[in-house]
Write a protein that binds this ligand. Structure first.
Ligand code: HBI
Length: 98
């Protein structure tokens, strides 16, 4: 089902930890650092469980304690409420892990 994408600037206004993707797609990005690999992978595990629950998956990479995340909705060719929901979830668990 075609979805009307959200306005990038409005999304970023509500998600100060995120930045616009510097590429040819409308997407948001955030880089996170954790204490060690275990903490990073535990974070990724929690996000993965949400991704499966809401059928919305991040594009991400992990190097030791660093996790780089890009969110966009492929089906909409831009940002949707699912990206905002996942970004907020990521912000919440990242801040609770310290
Ligand atoms: N994840 N980020 C993202 N964007 C999508 O459009 C998307 C997804 N995960 C699963 C999914 N779409 C499925 O609904 C479709 O591939 C059928």
């Amino acid at each position: 089902m075609a979805q009307t994408p959200l306005d990038l600037d409005q999304v970023l206004a509500d998600l100060p930890q995120w930045r616009a993707h510097a590429g040819d797609r409308t997407a948001i990005e955030r880089s996170l650092r954790f204490a060690d690999f275990n903490a990073a992978f535990g974070f990724m595990t929690r996000v993965a469980l949400l991704a499966e629950t809401i059928d919305h998956h991040p594009e991400w990479s992990n190097v030791y304690n660093r996790v780089d995340i890009l969110l966009t909705t492929h089906d909409a060719g831009g940002l949707t409420e699912r990206d905002v929901r996942m970004a907020r979830f990521i912000d919440d668990i990242a801040s609770s892990q310290g």
